[in-house]
Design a protein around this ligand. Structure first.
Ligand SMILES: Nc1ncnc2c1ncn2[C@@H]1O[C@H](COP(=O)(O)OP(=O)(O)OP(=O)(O)O)[C@@H](O)[C@H]1O
Length: 255
């Protein structure tokens, strides 16, 4: 029987995203072609305005491309009706944000099972305990987010992102609000989710040290994938970023 789930976690083909029309149109993405294998950790970097957020939004089905197709875990989401897309996001995608985005009135465990609940399924408390143990918070299930440190809150967000065993976890600057030591702990957890638990992670970051935890770093510039690095150290990533940021946007024609 063919593997209908597909070998790729994320596939983008000819994805463009234009805001506005005519002379004032902004071309945020200019034809992105990309396939990310399952069990991979990808970082997306690029100068401000290069299209990182737009890329993440389009890849995660939070925004619709102007042209092109997006497949997640083998399922084409382009043109999918909004309610179906919402259901897919709740069950097959995980999200981790810079600001944690936990609900303060719910306990840690209730936050973790929220995607399951919103998808209309009965919360699986055993699975919640499993992912809380995975992120080192087995003893914090009954706490509320306000009683936890920033790093602990982001661990809860990671547990929530992993609870449904999603096809892809999308992380938007997950360490942006954390100090260096705590950031490293969070990145180690994401790395472990990929290596030990078979997750697929796509992370937007400005930080070369964070990107160095990924298998591959994609560099966006002017809405295109301008470059990539595999298993590179932070220093190499930082100098590639500098080269991108300082490259001329207007190259005079050769005489
Ligand atoms: N809703 C919108 N309407 C019009 N233009 C937009 C909109 N969203 C983004 N853009 C433009 O699209 C381009 C890409 O923006 P995007 O936010 O994806 O970049 P980014 O790399 O995430 O930037 P940053 O690092 O500053 O967050 C920018 O020129 C931006 O001004």
């Amino acid at each position: 029987m063919p593997d209908i789930s597909g070998e790729w976690a994320v596939e983008l083909h000819g994805v463009t995203r234009r805001y506005g029309r005519g002379g004032t149109a902004v071309h945020a993405l200019r034809g992105i072609d990309l396939t990310l294998p399952r069990r991979s950790f990808t970082a997306v970097m690029g100068p401000s305005g290069s299209g990182k957020s737009t890329f993440l939004q389009c890849a995660a089905g939070l925004d619709r491309p102007t042209r092109g197709t997006v497949r997640l875990g083998g399922t084409e989401i382009t043109g999918m009706k909004e309610n179906k897309l919402t259901a897919l996001r709740r069950t097959r995608l995980g999200f981790v944000f810079q600001a944690f985005n936990l609900l303060p009135s719910l306990t840690v465990e209730q936050n973790v099972v929220l995607p399951t609940r919103l998808a209309g399924h009965r919360p699986d408390r055993r699975r919640a305990a499993e992912v809380l143990a995975q992120v080192g918070l087995a003893d914090k299930a009954r706490r509320r987010p306000g009683q936890l440190s920033g790093g602990q809150q982001q661990r809860v967000a990671i547990a929530r992102a992993l609870v449904t065993r999603p096809d892809v976890v999308f992380a938007d600057e997950p360490t942006g609000a954390l100090d260096t030591t705590t950031a490293a702990e969070i990145l180690a957890l994401l790395r472990d989710a990929v290596d030990t638990h078979g997750a697929t992670v796509v992370m937007v970051t400005h930080d070369p040290t964070a990107a160095a935890w990924a298998d591959r770093v994609l560099f966006l510039a002017d809405g295109e994938i301008a470059d990539h690095l595999d298993r590179a150290p932070a220093t190499t990533i930082a100098s590639r970023m500098t080269a991108l940021t300082t490259r001329p946007t207007y190259a005079p024609a050769a005489a």
